[in-house]
Design a protein around this ligand. Structure first.
Ligand SMILES: [Zn+2]
Length: 272
């Protein structure tokens, strides 16, 4: 009976720790995850899921940036948004507020702004949840030049992609092909003063939550100093077939990001 009582007390004690089950991953550094300063760019379908997973997984210091307001078509994919938020609030502020309701010990700052206007890039990690190439390239360049790891997520219908970019390794711009450049040029031509042209694509919660979960899982590895466990470099997911594949990419000799880093640093490290 004493043994059973001891076990019951012991079990109760363990269950008092919010992160007990996560501490059972021997490689996971919960203290570091809690102290990591993270920026999430984009508070739409991916951003909602990323913030949810980050808060539940123990990230405590998060800044979320988005310039958009909430519209009814967001409600099918964004767990933090309510009908009463529509046309009243900005996405970033609402995600910050509701994320802190999930865990009041978190500090989440919502910045209602275009990412091009962000001046502080002093973070331990940046997670990209944007829906357009122009913003993605902006974040990529700033993350790279500030030496901040960047986990970019993208969804298009049932297709998703996650790229893990670490200092010294290939960046997003290394993977740009002619189609991407044409898309970006089209955006610039169609863009008025601050008005971005974003074609509406099919999007659903299942693909968003899978890709966001993979992004946060990579964040857990990176912030636990386990870069060797991370996706190298790109994960593609096809939700129609259920297939997933990992593709490595080289640093592109024509990518301007590495030229600048090499010139200023002259000490670029091999990826991995
Ligand atoms: Zn590059």
């Amino acid at each position: 009976l004493d043994i059973i009582c001891d076990m019951m007390i012991h079990v109760g004690f363990e269950d008092d720790d919010r992160y007990d089950r996560m501490r059972r991953f021997e490689w996971m550094d919960i203290d570091r995850i809690q102290s990591a300063r993270c920026m999430v760019v984009g508070a739409g379908a991916l951003g909602n899921e990323v913030i949810k997973d980050m808060v539940l997984a123990g990230f405590k210091r998060i800044t979320v940036v988005d310039m958009d307001g909430i519209v009814p078509s967001n409600l099918s994919r964004c767990l933090f948004f309510r009908e009463t938020d529509v046309k009243v609030s900005g996405k970033a502020k609402i995600v910050a507020k509701r994320g802190m309701e999930l865990d009041p010990s978190c500090s989440i700052t919502g910045i209602h702004s275009n990412v091009e206007d962000v001046v502080d890039w002093d973070y331990d990690l940046i997670i990209g949840c944007v829906d357009n190439l122009k913003a993605r390239m902006h974040v990529n360049a700033h993350a790279y030049h500030h030496g901040v790891p960047f986990i970019d997520g993208a969804i298009d219908g049932f297709i998703g992609k996650v790229q893990v970019i670490v200092p010294g390794g290939p960046c997003l711009e290394c993977t740009l092909n002619r189609t991407h450049v044409e898309l970006m040029e089209m955006r610039f031509t169609c863009t008025g003063n601050g008005e971005a042209f974003v074609p509406k694509k099919a999007s659903d919660i299942t693909t968003a939550s899978i890709i966001a979960a993979i992004q946060v899982r990579e964040a857990l590895k990176l912030m636990s100093d386990k870069q060797e466990l991370c996706i190298r470099d790109i994960l593609y997911y096809d939700g129609m077939s259920g297939n997933m594949g990992i593709y490595t990419v080289p640093v592109s000799t024509s990518c301007p990001n590495h030229r600048c880093v090499d010139e200023s640093d002259n000490n670029s490290e091999e990826h991995g």
